[in-house]
Design a protein around this ligand. Structure first.
Ligand code: ADP
Length: 494
């Protein structure tokens, strides 16, 4: 093994403490995999109020109390609490930066009821970014790498290259920044900039500014030593397409030699039908008949009738524009003419929720919807469905299609980003794992569903092969974790 590195992972979401999407899964499982490769890795995240002190045995760290953090013209204080996550052999230390006025709230970024972003998200994450560096100094634990994730951590590389550049503690520290989604940028009005304490001259297009705003993601893309994103295809797409690059494709193309696509893995200790505690009956590729019992349990949960030959199409998703559910609504009438059942677990956009609620009333005996976040139900949907729908407009990596394949649930996906990198269409010479469509168009989605239903109902042997091919795929983290470590190695060599 190469020399062990000290790596600090900074993220605003980490499973099982706080999650709105795949970011949380990655920021829990990737550190575990890196630790398993023999490196020392620790995590820092905000301490949101809902992270239960009791459940997670959070405790104070006496010497990390009342750390002064300059934000705007005031001095705020961070109190650091500690807990850990575990993998098979090790514990991974997690530090929580606590400040009641910033993080003592019910949501991560939004008021959960009104679904409106908190007005002071700029200050909250200025506090977090600066807090990470100040905490490290007090802790006296010197990382070789600070691995930042998404806009909420985007100022860290800029602080290191400006305010902290002559600080001997950070002299040799390198930064890696991972883009989990280009569309969320943390772009604030120019007036926010002075709250950061960054030098005035950095507020230019060759610095933290993008289109007149103080943009946290852009800041990271400009200042971090290396940029990664979560699939190779998405890495190409965000450089090549102004739309997918969300206005920053020029800068990304400029930094292309420092940009790497590394596919996310999945956590097989959590997502494996052979050991899944949440599902009705465990199974693997040799006991596929047990999957039918999960299908029974699933349809019963949604008050639908069980029919072996009627495929259940599952979907679990944030209901936001990115995920392509407008296409589903567009073709729903046509799709429901087929002999199928649809179950959807989602939360997000109120308008989309309303439209699906109306559709559910129309197709009630063959369609079930649950709005909200429900981890346990998500597992049952993966286990009990025959097919899984992900018609995303864009998808940096996507996790559910990989979970689906592991569960023998055949994905129907749009060929974009990580969906394109992980799913092979049935037409690919016996190696297929699912059904893909290319154009973002409801008719194309409908055709893909029709192909899937036809194969399911008329070619059972081909269907079984699709299921088995998917179940045999290896999407474990080990492979990707090695790629990250190689990247660290390259970076530290220079
Ligand atoms: P994104 O991060 O864009 O939301 P990913 O596919 O990368 O998409 O990750 C989504 C993660 O969130 C998966 O683990 C998925 O199971 C989970 N998830 C999404 N919506 C829900 C929900 N309503 N209930 C439970 N889990 C959900």
């Amino acid at each position: 093994m190469s020399k062990p590195y000290n790596i600090l992972f900074a993220s605003s979401e980490v499973e099982p403490f706080a999650k709105t999407g795949g970011l949380a899964d990655v920021c829990s499982t990737l550190p575990k995999a890196i630790k398993e490769l023999g490196h020392e890795i620790r995590i820092m995240m905000p301490r949101y109020r809902f992270i239960s002190e009791r459940k997670f045995r959070l405790h104070d760290i006496i010497r990390l109390k009342e750390i002064p953090i300059p934000v705007n013209t005031a001095e705020k204080t961070a109190n650091v609490k500690s807990s850990f996550i575990t993998n098979l052999k090790d514990k991974i230390q997690v530090y929580f930066l606590d400040n009641e006025s910033y993080f003592g709230r019910e949501g991560l970024y939004q008021n959960p009821k009104a679904k409106e972003d908190y007005k002071d998200n700029d200050e909250r994450f200025i506090f977090f970014c600066r807090g990470v560096l100040e905490t490290l100094k007090r802790l006296g634990w010197q990382p070789d790498i600070i691995h930042c994730n998404d806009w909420q951590t985007g100022l860290i590389p800029a602080y290191l290259k400006t305010l902290y550049k002559d600080d001997p503690f950070f002299k040799d520290v390198k930064t890696v920044f991972t883009i989990h989604n280009m569309a969320y940028q943390g772009a604030f009005p120019a007036e926010s900039f002075h709250k950061s304490g960054l030098p005035q001259e950095t507020f230019t297009p060759d610095g933290v500014e993008a289109y007149g705003k103080f943009n946290f993601l852009k800041t990271a893309l400009y200042y971090s030593d290396v940029i990664t994103t979560v699939s190779e295809k998405y890495a190409e797409e965000i450089c090549a397409s102004e739309e997918l690059g969300s206005g920053l494709s020029g800068l990304l193309a400029h930094r292309k030699k420092d940009l790497y696509g590394i596919l996310n893995g999945i956590d097989y200790t959590v997502w494996d039908p052979a050991s899944d505690q949440h599902i009705y009956r465990k199974y693997d590729s040799k006991s596929l008949e047990a999957k039918a019992d999960n299908k029974r349990a699933l349809v019963a949960k949604f008050n639908l009738a069980y029919n072996e030959s009627t495929p259940v199409i599952g979907a679990i998703s944030r209901l936001v524009d990115q995920k392509g559910f407008e296409l589903v609504l567009d073709m729903l009438d046509e799709m429901m003419k087929l002999d199928v059942q649809l179950v959807l677990l989602g939360s997000g956009d109120k308008n989309l929720e309303k439209k699906f609620e109306t559709a559910q009333k129309k197709f009630g005996d063959r369609m079930g919807v649950v709005f909200g976040l429900d981890e346990e139900l998500a597992h049952l949907i993966e286990a009990g469905s025959d097919m899984f729908l992900m018609p995303s407009k864009y998808e940096p990596c996507g996790l559910n299609q990989m979970y689906s394949m592991r569960y023998g649930t055949v994905p129907i996906v749009r060929a974009t980003g990580g969906l394109d990198d992980t799913v092979e269409d049935i037409s690919t010479n016996g190696k297929g794992t699912g059904f893909k469509f290319v154009k973002y168009d409801s008719k194309e989605l409908l055709k893909a569903v029709q192909r899937a239903v036809k194969t399911f109902q008329q070619q059972p042997e081909d269907w079984k092969k699709l299921m088995r091919n998917g179940m045999m795929k290896d999407f474990s983290w080990e492979h990707s974790a090695k790629k990250y470590v190689n990247l660290y190695k390259e970076l530290l060599r220079h």
